[in-house]
Each structure stands twice: as C-alpha cells, then as structure tokens.
Design a protein around this ligand. Sequence first.
Ligand code: F6R
Length: 597
Amino acid sequence: MCGIVGYTGDREAQELLLSSLKRLEYRGYDSAGIAIVSGEITIFKDKGNINNLSKQIPKMKGRTGIAHTRWATHGVPMKNNSHPFSDCTSRFALVHNGIIENYQEIKDELMKKGHIFSSETDSEVIVHLIEDFFKEIGDTEKAVRATVKRLEGSYAILLIEKESNRIFAIRNRSPLVIGLGDGENFIASDVPALLEHTSSVIYLQEGDIAEVTPERVLITDHDGNAMKREAQEIEWSLEDAEKGGYKHFMLKEIFEQPSAIQDSMRGRWVEPADRYNHRSLRSIKIVACGTSYHAGLTGKYILEEILKIPVTVEVASEYRYSPPIRENSTVILITQSGETADTIAAAVEARRRGGRTIAITNVVGSTITREVDEVIYTQAGPEMGVAATKTFTTQLVALYQLALRYGVESGRLDYDDAKEIERELRLIPRKVRAVLDSHEDIEKVAEFLRKAENMFFIGRNINYPTAMEGALKMKEISYIHAEGYPAGELKHGPLALLTSETPVLAIACRNATFEKMLGNIREVGARESPIIVVGFKKDRRILERYADRVIDIPETIPLLSPIPVSVALQLLSYYTADMRGAEIDRPRNLAKSVTVE
Ligand code: F6R
C-alpha cells in the first residue's frame, strides 16, 4: 500500500522527508508528493518516482511537513490523484493510506455544500470533511475527532495545518509509527523510513490520534481520553525493517493475507455506464497465466456451482492463438500485475472476437485495464516476492464476489443462499489468521519434505486447482519437482512414479468427494509414499489414520476451502524452500511481471 512520512523539528523538512520517503521505495508505488508548512502550505506531487518529483520541486523552506508514495486504489496514477490533498481554503493538507469505504456518500454530501474536488480518490474527502467541521467548530483537534467518527474503513492519516508545527497522526487498521528525536519527531507508515534518524519509536494502536510537535507526542482516543503508549527500541537492520521483521517478502505477504482479503472484499468494480444485463449470461470463459490461471480454474468451480452455466478456462498463451471463433461468452482475464503480455493480447483478441471482457487485477491503471470493458480491482497491495500469494487469494475473493453478484442479478442464486455464502466469506480472514497461527506446525511438516526431489499434490473438485497451485508454489521456490493432479487420475499413469521417496500431499476437505478422496489416499499409501493430508480440524482423527502428517485448517463451506488450504500450502512451500536454502523472493529464471510473450 502507500508509504507515509512526516517530520516536525528544527531541521529543514524537504530533504529529510524525500530521503525518508526513498526508504519506502521497496514497497512499490506509482506517484509521490510532499507538503511543507511555512506559514502557508506548499504542495508538490506527481505521477512517477521520487527522483522525478525531486527534479521538479524548487527549494521549499519549512520545518514541518508530510510526504507520500501512492499505490493507486481509487483513481489511476496521475498528478491530481497523488497525495497530499488540500481543502478548499488551503488551511490543511493530508496524506492517507488505506481505503475509506463510505467516501462516496461523504463526497456527495460535501459536494452539495459546495466543496470542489480535484481527484477521483477516497482520500480527498477526508481533508474536505475536516475543513467542513472546522468551519463549524473552529478548532482543528475537535474537527479531526468529528471527522474520524464519520469515516468507515482503514486509514493511516497525517494532517498538517498552516501556521502550525503540529502534525496529527491518526490510525485505524493501517500502521503508523512515531520516531522520537531530540527537539524533533518523525512519523511513518513503516519503520525503515525512520531508522536513519532514530531507533526509539511508538507504535500507534487502533483508534489512536496523536498530536505531534517537535517537543512532544500526545496520544488520545477518538473521545479525547489520553492513551499511554510505551516507546520501544528498534534493533532491526534496514533490510530486516523493509521486510517488517520477516525473513522474506514472501513470508510477510503470506501473513498479510487476512487484511488483504478483508480489503479485497471491499474491492472496487469499474464498469461502463450501460450495465450489462446478467440474465442473458449463457457462458463464461476465463483466461490467465500461472497462478492467476489457477485462480481461474478455481473460478470455474465457483461460477458453475453458483450460476449453473458452463465455464471454460484457458491459458492465455493458448487462447490468443486458438482459431478465431466468434466469442459469445463473457471473458474474464485474471492478472495480478495487469501487465502480462499473453493475458493482455488475449484480452485484445477476446474483444476482437466479440466477447464482453472483464479484468481482475491488483494494479490500478495497468495496461489490461485499458483493454477491457470492466475491471475488478483486488486490494492486496504491492507484492514484492516473485511467487504470488496474497494476490492469488484476493483473486479468489473477487471471483466469489463476482459469482454472488451475477448469481443474484441473474436470478440464478437465491438471495438467502447468497447471504449465507457471503456470511461465510466474511469469516475467512479470521480462518486464514488461524492457519497462520499454526505456522510452527506447518514448519514441522516441511521438515518431512526437505529431502524430497519429486512430489505430487492431489485434490478433487474445487480443490483440484488448489492442488495445482500448491504444486506450482512448491516447484518455483523450493525447486522440488511437484505435480498437481486430480486425485482420480492417479491410477491412469502417475501411480507408476510413486515410491517411498515420492511424498504425496492430498487435500481432503469434507465435501461430496471426501470418501472418494480417502480411497485415493489409500491407493497412495499402498505404494508406501509418504502422505501429508490437509483437511478440516474436525476430521483430524480420521485423517490421521490415513496420513503420516496432517495439516488441519478451520472448517468452512467446501466452496470457500481453497483460500485457507492455499494459505497452508503457501506456508508449507515457504518453509520447505527455506530449509533447502533456496532464494525465496527471487527464484532462479523467474520474473515478477512477464511482459514478453
Ligand atoms: C507464480 C506466479 C506466476 C504469475 C504469472 C501471471 O507464483 O506468480 O505464475 O501468476 O506470471 O502473472 P499475472 O497474474 O501478473 O498475470
């Protein structure tokens, strides 16, 4: 997500803020901006990197300021959508990280009152709301408190005010940390931005509002009650800090999934004005590459179960060269980066053939978004590890939501059934957290695999693609040759490869194929292959009879089981690869974004 820094003290703020901001470049961003107070507030911001910004801005005098790197969520990367934002009176400026869910409602209200907005972002409404309350109350602190009471969603906000050296730092479900100096204080979304200046920090907690001046830090809750927060000493190196204390970006990103999934449930849908009538939907085609293709294969099970229409899934590099048959389907293109050459070419081809195209992507304004009719944005935040993790599970969230929406709109899914699935979906972040909490158990299972050279992942039904994705993760980061197979297919060839040296991982979440799956596991056991079974906790006793190792996950409805199972398999691949000394974040021969055909 976005990066935030703030400074108030006795040094000139401009250079300090820009160099602190550069410490956050590793997170990925598309725009940058800075605001400095020197009596009045001056703002400079633009699309592009910090060097680009530094080249444009003149020397700005002032010892209090805020700066921001933006990862677009609302509105494409462009100057007007970059932070900081100011209000109509230029009294305030703020930067924001997170998503304001009720921004449209607030924006409509404020527009009626005459507020003029310069961007398409959710963030800009915050500063106008503060301005509006300030007009009424005449006190900044009270205006801030009134504002946060109106905001729904996640936010880390830094607010500055003209003719003042104080910065308000406001936290709700998005991190903020204050760095304590001598006659100066620093604020940032991430520790790396502070480490050059101080190692003494205060982590703000949910609901905290901090008023930071060069001399003091005053922390209160939304109602103004003082909150006591202890300062802590950071002992991380800069490199450790960039990974948030995790050994690799991949592990950090695996652990970010509860919030990435939660944020993606509030995902954004950009559709044309003439909304499509889903009643006439007869079939769907999904086109993607790699992990996104596996999300597509899972999507087939989701959409067929909910919509009861045929769904076909094709690898993008095959689809684009297939015979140019007229496309009567809705075509869903899945690509986290939005830049995969084959998927973009497939989108162009699908449109040319007459298909209605929808992209599911994690990058606002990426190339694919310009080639399709509709876009669904996942909200996973930037992914640095080459292996896709949080972008995969959030793609699944987008597919569940698409299926529910089309199901209800087309009359193919009963409203009450949709509500029931949605209720279960809302519980998924908590269940993913429970899987993450069991990471030490999964690490022990990885020990069991560290010497393997070949292995199979098997599953049935909706967890057949989960098995394929589990195998892909394992092979790309641990270099163990792994194959994902439908469990029923083992006896049609692969059984010949099974020996006591070939571990098999079976996904056995209780559903209509559970008994069949147990039968397949027995077939494997007869070849003396080491067996790991992933299943629901409540079935652990049964599964233990069939397996050498069991990984249990919290129970959910079978339709949603691919998310917690995938998280467990990501951890298993990660720990196996780490034990084998593999270079996890940059596997050999692979690139994060495959922009060549
Ligand atoms: C595997 C992985 C790749 C990508 C594939 C498509 O972990 O990351 O298989 O899924 O290159 O990338 P996107 O989704 O950007 O189109």
